[in-house]
Write a protein that binds this ligand. Structure first.
Ligand code: NAP
Length: 326
């Protein structure tokens, strides 16, 4: 019977939180996988053997034995290509990915027709950014007519201790620039323009990164050796906090402005909670298949955000209609 949930990277920083919660909800039906069977086994032991340890290297994975009895995959690592996603689709396995890698997301979007014809849902943008950013932007756009611009603000605490994969993603992206689609409509939210700004809870670090970007010196963050040094230093460092905040502000030509925000502690933990809630949503609801971003899946966004508070009381959500001053 196809009723297992496979968590790839399931003993990593974010993956282990997902594993712990799903072990309670689906005991003996949750498979924790990664390249170290030993690490998967240790996590399984700490969770009273309610998760099944499994050795899996998706870079070399060629057979789909583990997918035969799997209903849904939660992917907690950054992949180089879409081979494994395609394998899931071909085997009729739903797929949820917490990656924030935009180039990879763009490639997965091309699998929409394939996912539809195999009756599979591929859920993307499951995290804080992208993820909560999409939900807040979509919710704001729903509140006012003909939204023309959405500004997204992301504040990250530099005191949070991430897993290596998450640090690498941050360093890989410090030097990247993104094209903003200004052709009349952004890809999935009905507005002309979406602008995203990111800052850290240290003014010095934010200014330093801005300066390095201007001078082109952020290129250095692309080198693995430099990344390794930075990861070591960030893990040792005791400055900043683990607080984060995300805010979206939508406006239109009639000067209507609507904003909403979500703040809390622990970007990694919150990403895990979003993934768990998405797992429950995908399993319990019947909606159209295909490749979907989180804001195209969740129908009642305030309810979804409210549910996150059950995991962590530090999460706060605020809404504000500026023109009506509500
Ligand atoms: N969207 C968001 O807002 C958001 C927020 C936070 C994190 N993330 C993303 O979440 C992901 C995980 O972050 P993390 O902090 O949990 O990192 P992490 O602690 O390094 O976890 C990654 C896990 O993947 C496993 N892994 C690596 N390569 C693998 C492979 N080829 N096959 C199977 N397993 C493999 C690792 O174990 P082994 O090395 O033993 O295999 C490890 O357990 C990152 O991609 C990060 O960018 C997204």
């Amino acid at each position: 019977m196809k009723d297992n949930i496979l968590i790839v990277g399931g003993y990593g920083k974010v993956g282990s939180i997902i594993s712990r919660h799903l072990a309670e909800l689906y005991p003996k039906k949750t498979i924790v996988a990664g390249r170290s069977f030993e690490k998967a086994k240790i996590l399984s032991e700490t969770l009273d053997h309610n998760v099944i340890p499994y050795h899996l290297d998706i870079d070399t994975q060629t057979d789909n034995a583990v997918l035969e009895n799997t209903k849904l995959v939660v992917m907690c690592i950054d992949q180089k290509d879409t081979k494994f996603v395609e394998l899931c689709i071909e085997t009729g396995v739903h797929y949820i990915d917490i990656t924030a890698n935009q180039h990879f997301i763009d490639k997965v979007e091309l699998l929409d027709e394939k996912a539809k014809s195999n009756n599979v849902i591929v859920a993307l943008s499951i995290g804080l950014a992208p993820g909560i950013t999409n939900l807040l932007a979509q919710h704001c756009a729903n509140q006012i007519s003909e939204t023309t611009v959405i500004d997204i603000f992301i504040l990250l605490g530099i005191g949070e201790k991430h897993g290596d994969a998450a640090y690498r993603w941050t360093f890989d992206n410090i030097h990247s620039s993104y094209n903003i689609n200004d052709s009349g409509k952004t890809k999935t939210i009905n507005t002309k323009q979406v602008l995203t700004r990111m800052a850290f809870d240290s003014t010095i670090l934010t200014s330093l990164v801005a300066l390095l970007r201007k001078s082109g010196l952020t290129k250095i963050f692309n080198y693995k050796i430099f990344q390794n040094i930075c990861i070591y230093l960030f893990k040792k460092m005791k400055i900043g906090s683990d607080e984060f905040a995300v805010k979206a502000v939508a406006g239109n030509t009639a000067n209507e402005i609507y904003e909403c925000s979500l703040e809390g502690k622990g970007e990694g933990k919150t990403t895990a909670y979003i993934a768990i809630e998405t797992v429950l949503y995908v399993i319990q609801n019947n909606f159209s298949n295909g490749v979907r971003h989180i804001h195209q899946i969740i129908e009642n966004i305030p309810e979804f955000l409210e549910n996150l508070k059950r995991y962590d009381s530090t999460i706060e959500v605020k809404y504000k209609n500026i023109r009506n001053n509500e």
